[in-house]
Design a binder for this molecule. Structure first.
Ligand code: C2E
Ligand code: MG
Ligand code: MG
Ligand code: MG
Length: 293
């Protein structure tokens, strides 16, 4: 722990680096171990994309799903992205992992097509490094063409900070994606430190309001103001809005009242393995998910 390390270093005087190195070695060792595990996992098919429904607030129907990375490790158990993505980002493994994610997502889209889930959108998270590499567009073209999947059913989610890392590159990338009919959503909207000016620079389709603004939406006037202003601004710019982290009927009702287009959250369904999502969709059969008001 950082505080402990500082304390130890201080108590032994300046320049005593030995008290840092054991901690660093542990961290480095952990990281290398994790990197190695990720490589093995890619080879052994230990990763999976869980699917969380995205619901239209107009009619309560499922309009898409977000693909969320999960790792079923033989010893570590089921692990979420927060333990995987940061290590993968730093080591460069994110490119191999991100490529696996894209391939798996497109394969699932082909399954949906066979299952007759017409018009269902697949939302996939992109890492900053994936956005800035040169492989993304050719890779997407090949995957979609080989699978015979409609590009307009694919949506790529990028965060403000990933987009703003190299705005000029992002602007070209998003143009190229739009030419292909691929949708782009800004993820975790409002949580970065970017100015709003990027919104007019980039060809985007959707804004995803971060769940942190949704939690207290009915009780915190500031959250309510941020959410309603975001919806108004997005609509005025011709963008659609999806609210993340919707857990209660009251939150959904607030969002519906303020004409938010779509929502995603535990109220509707948790992220689930693809087979379970398939059953979920078969059961739902285009019906609304619960009462709308
Ligand atoms: P995100 O893209 O903003 O995804 C939404 C997160 O909120 C997911 O966490 C989801 O499980 C969680 N969530 C959904 N509904 C609710 C709710 O009602 N309440 C609460 N409290 N949480 C909810 P998850 O799956 O742990 O993913 C965390 C983040 O990891 C994602 O945030 C995304 O940034 C990243 N991520 C996930 N999969 C991938 C991937 O394949 N590639 C990359 N690059 N990043 C990924
Ligand atoms: Mg996302
Ligand atoms: Mg998000
Ligand atoms: Mg997030």
């Amino acid at each position: 722990h950082a505080d402990t390390a500082m304390y130890v270093a201080k108590s032994h005087g300046r320049g005593n680096f030995q008290f840092y190195s054991p901690a660093m070695n542990v961290a480095t060792h952990e990281r290398l171990l994790m990197e190695n595990r990720i490589w093995v996992a890619l080879g052994q098919q230990q990763f999976e994309l869980y699917l969380q429904p995205q619901v239209s607030l107009d009619n309560g129907r499922v309009v898409g799903a977000e693909a969320l990375l999960r790792w079923d490790h033989p010893e570590l158990g089921l692990t979420g992205p927060e333990r995987i993505i940061p290590v993968a980002e730093e080591s460069g493994l994110i490119l191999a992992l991100g490529d696996w994610v894209l391939a798996r997502a497109v394969a699932l889209m082909a399954e949906w097509k066979r299952d007759g889930f017409a018009g269902l959108r697949m939302a996939v998270n992109l890492s900053a490094r994936q956005c800035h590499g040169r492989e993304l567009l050719p890779r997407l073209d090949r995957l979609l063409a080989d699978a015979g999947v409609d590009p307009s059913l694919l949506e790529l989610e990028i965060t403000e900070s990933a987009a703003m890392h190299d705005p000029e590159h992002t602007r070209h990338l998003l143009r190229a994606l739009r030419e292909r009919g691929i949708n782009v959503a800004i993820d975790d909207f409002g949580t970065g430190y970017s100015s709003l000016s990027y919104l007019k620079l980039f060809a985007i389709d959707r804004i995803k309001i971060d769940g942190s603004f949704v939690t207290d939406i009915e009780t915190d006037p500031n959250d309510a103001a941020i959410v309603t202003a975001t919806i108004g601004m997005a609509h005025a710019m011709g963008l659609t809005v999806l609210a993340e982290g919707v857990e209660t009927a009251a939150q959904r009702n607030f969002l519906r009242l303020h004409v938010c287009d779509e929502a995603q959250g535990y109220l509707f369904a948790r992220p689930m393995p693809p087979a379970q999502f398939r059953e979920f969709m078969m059961r739902a059969k285009g019906q609304a998910l619960g009462p709308l008001s």
